[in-house]
Write a protein that binds this ligand. Structure first.
Ligand SMILES: [Mg+2]
Length: 404
C-alpha cells in the first residue's frame, strides 16, 4: 500500500479529453462532431478556455485570444464557460477515482494522479485494471479520458500526453529514459516556451539529447531548474502523490456576550458573518450553493434552516440568503444567544482564472480589492457601518463588565 508522502513506485495519470467541451456535449448532444470553442463570444476580450478536436484542426488552442480563434474557425460554436458545471463533473470523476485506488491527487479540474504502488495483487494486471477504470468512468459519466501508467508522476503524465494521439500507455519500470528520449522537449512538464527556445538553440530538440549531456551544462544555463530538467530527462521524479482533501463546508458563528433582543443588532451580525464566510470562500477558492443559518435562543433552543442558490462566493448574495433565512427562523420573542452562517456543497472556483461576465467581473474586482485589504490589515479592517456600531456596542459592554 502506498505510504502518504513517499514517492510512488507505480503511478497513474489521467487527463479528461477536451473536458469543458465534453461536459457541454453531455448537456447538448447537438454539439457532437462540431467544432466547439468554450470561452465566450468571438468579439469578447478573453481567451479560449477549451476547444474540441474539430476546432483544434483549424489551429485553435487553449489560452488563445477568442478573436484569433474566430479568425481561424469562424464556423465554430462559441460558448460561455460554465465553470460550476465543469467543477461538479470534476468532483464526480474524483469520487469514482477515489474508490479505485488508495491515494488520489486532484492536479487540476480535469487531471488526476493515482498512487498504485504495491497494489498489484489487489488491482490485478495493470493494463486490464486501467482500461476497466476508464470504461467505468465512460459508462458512469460519458466523459472520455486518456491515462498513462509509469513509475512516477512525471513519466505517467508524459505517457498520457503521448497517449492522447496513440492510445493509453504504460511504461514498464526501468524503461523511463528510453521512453522519453525520442519525444520533443516541450512535452515535459516544466518546459515552457522560453526554455524550449533555449534548448532548440542549443541543438536539443528531443529529451534524449538532454539526458545524453552532463548535468553541469544545464545547471549553468538554468540554475536549479537545470538540475530538475536533467533528472526529468532521465525519467527521475520523486514527487509524492498528494492526497486530495475535500472541503465539505465552511462557516462562521458569533456568540453574543450578552443575549440580544434587538433585530438590528442581529442583522448587523449577519452582515459581518456573511462577509467573513464570503472572504474565506474566496480565499480558499470555493463556491457554494447551500447556505444554512443557525440561530440559538437564550434558552438554548436552536433552529436551523437552509436555502439554495446558484454557485457563489459573494458577500452580498450570502447575506441576502442569510437575511431571508433569519426572517423565516426568528419566530420567538426570545433573546438570541448565537447566530451562525455555514455554507456547504462547495466546489472549487476555477472561474477566478477566467473573467468573462462583465457584471461578475465588476464584483470580482470589488471583492478582490476588499480581500486584499483584509489580508494586509486583518479581517476586521473593512465592514459595513452598522457592523462597526454593533462592534463598538459590544466593546463598551466588554469594558464595563471588565470594570465591574
Ligand atoms: Mg484535459
Amino acid at each position: 500500500m502506498p505510504d502518504a508522502g513517499a514517492p510512488p513506485t507505480r503511478c497513474m495519470h489521467l487527463d479528461m479529453d477536451t473536458f469543458f467541451v465534453s461536459v457541454e456535449r453531455l448537456m447538448d448532444p447537438s454539439l457532437n462532431g462540431r467544432p466547439v470553442i468554450v470561452g465566450g463570444t468571438p468579439y469578447q476580450r478573453g481567451v479560449v478556455a477549451g476547444c474540441s478536436r474539430e476546432a483544434r484542426q483549424y489551429g485553435v488552442h487553449s489560452a488563445m485570444p477568442l478573436r484569433l480563434a474566430y479568425e481561424r474557425c469562424p464556423q465554430a460554436v462559441f460558448l460561455h464557460p460554465n465553470f460550476a458545471h465543469y467543477a461538479e463533473y470534476s468532483e464526480r470523476v474524483a469520487e469514482l477515482l477515489e474508490d479505485s485506488a488508495p491515494v488520489l491527487e486532484k492536479a487540476s479540474i480535469d487531471e488526476f494522479y493515482l498512487d498504485i504502488s504495491g497494489c498489484g495483487r489487489i488491482l490485478g494486471e495493470e493494463g486490464a485494471w486501467g482500461s476497466k477504470l476508464k470504461r467505468g468512468i465512460m459508462g458512469e459519466l460519458q466523459l472520455p479520458l486518456t491515462y498513462g501508467i509509469a513509475r512516477n508522476k512525471l513519466v505517467a503524465k508524459v505517457a498520457t500526453t503521448v497517449g492522447k494521439k496513440h492510445g493509453d500507455l504504460r511504461v514498464p519500470g526501468g524503461e523511463e529514459a528510453p521512453f522519453l528520449a525520442p519525444h520533443p522537449v516541450r512535452i515535459m512538464p516544466g518546459v515552457g516556451e522560453v526554455m524550449e527556445r533555449d534548448l532548440l538553440a542549443m541543438g536539443m530538440p528531443r529529451i534524449g539529447s538532454i539526458a545524453a549531456l552532463p548535468l553541469q551544462l544545464f545547471s549553468n544555463m538554468f540554475g536549479k531548474h537545470g538540475r530538475t530538467l536533467h533528472e526529468h530527462a532521465h525519467g527521475i521524479d520523486n514527487t509524492p502523490v498528494l492526497p486530495y482533501r475535500r472541503q465539505k463546508s465552511l462557516g462562521a458563528e458569533h456568540t453574543y456576550l450578552e443575549d440580544v433582543l434587538d433585530p438590528r443588532t442581529m442583522i448587523a451580525t449577519l452582515k459581518q458573518l456573511a462577509q467573513r464566510v464570503g472572504h474565506d470562500l474566496r480565499e480558499r477558492g470555493f463556491l457554494t450553493r447551500t447556505v444554512t443559518l443557525k440561530l440559538r435562543y437564550a434558552d438554548f433552543v436552536t433552529a436551523t434552516k437552509t436555502l439554495h442558490c446558484d454557485y457563489t462566493s459573494a458577500d452580498h448574495v450570502l447575506y441576502r440568503l442569510a437575511e431571508r433565512l433569519f426572517r423565516a427562523l426568528y419566530t420567538r420573542r426570545v433573546r438570541i444567544r448565537l447566530l451562525g452562517i455555514s455554507t456547504s456543497d462547495l466546489i472549487e472556483d476555477y472561474g477566478q482564472l477566467f473573467l468573462f461576465d462583465e457584471e461578475e467581473e465588476k464584483f470580482d474586482g470589488l471583492y478582490a480589492g476588499l480581500d486584499d485589504i483584509r489580508r494586509r490589515f486583518g479581517k476586521g479592517a473593512i465592514t459595513y457601518g452598522s457592523v462597526l456600531e454593533q462592534r463598538q456596542e459590544e466593546w463598551k459592554k466588554r469594558r464595563s463588565s471588565a470594570a465591574a
